[in-house]
Structures are given as structure tokens and as C-alpha cells.
Write a protein that binds this ligand. Structure first.
Ligand code: ADQ
Length: 490
């Protein structure tokens, strides 16, 4: 059970915010992960009474004593490693979380495997997380659980430790009730979520969807459009659109602007640059983006040789079957476009398939004429916000899919429907021709919002919301009239 120096705040996510590398000679190095969730939550770890529970990644090459040393090293950084056996990685992470929950939550039922697998191991790993958190946290501590890999943890933890204040944040969309009900384990997953005092989502639409699912289920009732009653307790819902570390991107981009980093992308001189930056995931809309670009080159022959698409894609989840065929499809389209249009001194699609360092990424954002963020479904999309943060010069156009959570907040972007290939091609042409004054006006408005709602404020607002939600969770009558909102908490 928890000792005197035990944590008052426990964060739990599938991954720890470090990357463990084991060299061929068995030397172990730890590198802090930057970006997304890690950047937002790392400042919280400065407090001695905070711990982060998560999987440190595959460390199969290590012997028992090296692993003990690694664990001690992680614990010195307030990180609590939960090692997964190879079969757990395959069944909990690949088969169920990424194979079943990911397509379902993104409303792609046709991506569901014919024979879904991994549920028993998903339950078992969620139980291991809950047990570890229960053993660590002091009485009344705050626990903040992250994302679709750990949806059962709040419910399991509630039965083990009813004293805890439990928050859950979902980084992906919450689908409509007609999609969620396809999930064979829908009641168990919903019950798991409802162990939380507060569930945070990126947009009001996702909150509405979760409320609709809860009201359709026999096991819960919705109160005041802002909370769900289940087993005599109240779970509050909150809208917390996640932000980025805007200062960091601005700093990196400014440095790149002074050095040669930006110019390097601008060669040959005068070519306009379209950019896409994504994890190589079927939700990100890369094939339709390529089709829109091909349509643009068909409709506007005058642009050939004067525009270039730089697509940076980080390989992702290539052990999940749905990702392998998708990868082949993207490569086929790129070959087709380059084959059709390339000349001896111009290649229309520049394909970079590897992660980019943050400073190179900021330099690329800084060089962009039009950034293409065109997911067919995306919880939020931080790339759009990183780009905006990287443009203190108030230039560059953001082309944004209406199906990214970010579209709710970033109305001054050029909003497109990624399924409408002609419409997207026309929007790209208009974005390329947009006058400087309009670009400045739009970017200025976008920057105000992205810099005001940074990642640190997001984390603080969620934790404050959690305290409020926990204070009313046991009450017979809720006092909230609407969902908690990030904006009202900062
Ligand atoms: P992701 O699906 O991973 O996150 P996103 O929000 O775009 O999507 O974040 C991607 C991160 O990876 C960004 O920080 C970006 O800079 C980085 N990245 C992408 N390509 C890269 C490359 N080639 N090299 C280096 N870095 C790269 C999930 C949800 C999102 C939600 C986030 C946060 O799917 O909808 O916005 O969580 O809640």
C-alpha cells in the first residue's frame, strides 16, 4: 500500500514519456519523448509527488539485472514501468486497442477485423494498470488515465480504491451511438469509463455522442446534458481541446528562419510548397489528399513545375493488418502521380517516410505555403496547431478537414471536406493564390487562439475540472448545468 512519499497525482498512459533504446551491445539509453501528451504532462513530473505509470516499450533484449537497473533509472525520473510480455503487446495493444477500438472510435466499422481478438488480454492489462495505480496512490490522490488503450482502468480502479479522484481523457473521437453499439464489449467499456469522476474529450460533438451512448444504455442515465449517473455516482463530462507547446515551436521556427533550414525546402526558387505531416494512419486522409493534388495538376497545368507536395509520414503500427494494405495504397498513388507528371528537373511528390527532428519539422512548417491537414477522421490533430505556432511571420495557409476535432476551434483555416476531391483541389488552388493580406488576417486570428490555449494550461484546466467533478460525484443532485469547459477553467 502507499507509503508516506507516495504520489498525490498518478498519470497513466499506454506509453511512458521516454523512449528506451537498447544498442546491439546491450547499452541502454533513455530519451525523453517530445510532442503531444508528453510535452503537456512532463512539467507535472517536476513535483516529487507525481508518478507516471506506463509501458517503457520493447526491452526484450535485456537480462534480469539490466532490467532492474533500467527500472531503477526510470523510477528516479518518477516513471513507473509496467512491462508487457510479447503476447500482451500483440493481443492488448495490436489486436484489441489498435485493431478493434481504433477503427470503431474513428467510425470505420469496415476496418474491423472479421474475427476481433485480444479482449481477454485487454482486460488483463487494464487490470494490471489499475492494480499498479491502486498500490501507488495516497488516499484521496488524483489519477489521470489517458486514452483508448486504458478504457477499463477507471471502473476497475473505482472498485479497488473508491477514495481516489479519477479522471479520464480520450485523445481520439467518441463515435455516434449507432457506431458504438457495434462493439461486442460496449457495456463493459462504457462501465469502465464511468468509473471516472471526469471524462474529458476534445470537442462538444464527442461529448454529445458519449451522452447519447449513455442514455441508450440501460446501465446509466444522463443528467442535465452534462453528467452521467451510474451506480449511484455521477461522472461529469468536459470539453478540453488539447493544445501544443506554442512557445517551443515559435522558438524553433524563428531559429530555422534565421539559419538556412527554411531556404533548403524552397529550392528551386519560386516553387510553392504544399506540405503534409502525419503518422502513416488510414484516418489521416493521405490517399484522398494525393488524389486532390493529382486533380489539381490535371485542372491547372500552369502549376506543373511550380508547386511541390512534401509529404512527411512516420511509419506506424505496421504489425496491424489494416495498416499494411493502406501503406501499399499510398505508395501506389505516389508512383502514379510522379510517373504521370515528373520531368527531368521536377518531381511533384516528395515522400519522406521517417520521423523528423523537432527543429527540422519547425523549419518545414516555417517554409510551407499551404499545409494540408486532411484527415477523414481525427480526434484533434496537433500538426495543425504546431504549424500555426511556427508562423510568427503570420504567413502560410492552413487547409483543414472538417472532420478533424481542430476544425471546431480553427474556423479561419480553409475548411474542406476531404471526401470531395474536386472541392479539395479547388480549395488548394485558391489557397495557393490567396493574397498576402488575407493570409495574414487568417493566420493572426489562428495564432491568437493557439497561443492562448497552450498545452500546460490544458493540463491544469483538466486537473482543476477533476477536483470539481470529484467534489460533486457523490451528490444526489448535480450542480453543473453544462459540460465543464477548458475556456471557462483558464
Ligand atoms: P496522433 O494520431 O498521433 O494523436 P496528431 O495529433 O497529429 O496525431 O499528433 C501527431 C504528433 O506526431 C505531432 O506532435 C507531430 O508533430 C508528430 N509527427 C507527425 N509526423 C511526424 C514526423 N514525420 N516526424 C516527427 N514528428 C511527427 C492522437 C489523436 C489526435 C490527437 C492527439 C492528441 O489521433 O487526433 O490530436 O492524439 O490528443
Amino acid at each position: 500500500m502507499a507509503g508516506p512519499s507516495a504520489p498525490r497525482l498518478v498519470l497513466a498512459a499506454n506509453r511512458l514519456p521516454v523512449t528506451v533504446r537498447v544498442s546491439t551491445v546491450g547499452k541502454v539509453t533513455l530519451a525523453e519523448s517530445v510532442g503531444g501528451v508528453a510535452t503537456g504532462l512532463l512539467p507535472l513530473l517536476k513535483d516529487r509527488q507525481v508518478r507516471w505509470v506506463g509501458w517503457p516499450g520493447v526491452v526484450d533484449g535485456l537480462g534480469p539485472s539490466e532490467r532492474t537497473r533500467l527500472d531503477a533509472d526510470l523510477r528516479r525520473r518518477r516513471l513507473e514501468p509496467l512491462h508487457l510480455a510479447p503476447h500482451e503487446v500483440e493481443e492488448y495493444y495490436e489486436d484489441y486497442a489498435n485493431g478493434v477500438l481504433w477503427p470503431l472510435l474513428h467510425s470505420f466499422p469496415d476496418r474491423l477485423p472479421l474475427e476481433p481478438a485480444g479482449w481477454p488480454t485487454y482486460q488483463a492489462v487494464n487490470a494490471r494498470f489499475a492494480q499498479r495505480i491502486a498500490a501507488l496512490a495516497v488516499p484521496g490522490a488524483r489519477v489521470w488515465v489517458h486514452d483508448y488503450q486504458l478504457m477499463l482502468v477507471p471502473g476497475l480502479l473505482r472498485t479497488m480504491r473508491p477514495d481516489l479522484r479519477i479522471g479520464f481523457f480520450l485523445h481520439v473521437p467518441f463515435p455516434g451511438a449507432d457506431i458504438f453499439r457495434l462493439l461486442p464489449q460496449r457495456d463493459e467499456v462504457l462501465r469502465g469509463l464511468l468509473g471516472a469522476d471526469l471524462i474529458g474529450l476534445h470537442t462538444p460533438g464527442y461529448v454529445r455522442n458519449l451522452l447519447a451512448v449513455a442514455s441508450a444504455a440501460d446501465l446509466a442515465s444522463v443528467e442535465d446534458g452534462s453528467a452521467i449517473r451510474h451506480s449511484g455516482r455521477l461522472t461529469s463530462l468536459g470539453v478540453f481541446p488539447m493544445g501544443v507547446d506554442a512557445e517551443r515551436f515559435e522558438r524553433l521556427a524563428t531559429r530555422a528562419g534565421r539559419g538556412g533550414g527554411v531556404k533548403a525546402f524552397r529550392r528551386p526558387h519560386g516553387v510553392k510548397i504544399l506540405v503534409g505531416v502525419d503518422r502513416l494512419d488510414y484516418t489521416k486522409g493521405i490517399p484522398r489528399r494525393l488524389l486532390a493534388y493529382e486533380r489539381l495538376l490535371d485542372l491547372h497545368p500552369e502549376l506543373r513545375g511550380h508547386v511541390r507536395l512534401v509529404q512527411v509520414a512516420v511509419p506506424s503500427r505496421d504489425r496491424v493488418p489494416a495498416y499494411r494494405s493502406f501503406h501499399a495504397e499510398v505508395e501506389r498513388l505516389i508512383r502514379r502521380i510522379n510517373g504521370r507528371f515528373a520531368t527531368t528537373d521536377w518531381v511533384p511528390v516528395h515522400w519522406i517516410e521517417r520521423p523528423m527532428e523537432a527543429d527540422a519539422l519547425a523549419a518545414l512548417y516555417r517554409a510551407v505555403d499551404v499545409l494540408l491537414v486532411t484527415p477523414i477522421r481525427d480526434g484533434m490533430n496537433l500538426v495543425a496547431k504546431e504549424f500555426i505556432a511556427s508562423r510568427p511571420d503570420e504567413d502560410g495557409v492552413l487547409l483543414l478537414s472538417e472532420f478533424a476535432g481542430a476544425a471546431d476551434e480553427l474556423a479561419e483555416a480553409v475548411i474542406i471536406n476531404p471526401y470531395d476531391i474536386d472541392g479539395a483541389a479547388t480549395a488548394i488552388a485558391q489557397a495557393l493564390a490567396m493574397p498576402r493580406a488575407e493570409r495574414r488576417l487568417r493566420m493572426r486570428a489562428l495564432r491568437e487562439r493557439v497561443t492562448a490555449r497552450g498545452i500546460t494550461a490544458w493540463a491544469e484546466a483538466f486537473l482543476e475540472g477533476l477536483d470539481r467533478a470529484a467534489a460533486i460525484a457523490g451528490e444526489a443532485r448535480p450542480r453543473l448545468a453544462s459540460p465543464l469547459e477548458f475556456e471557462r477553467l483558464v
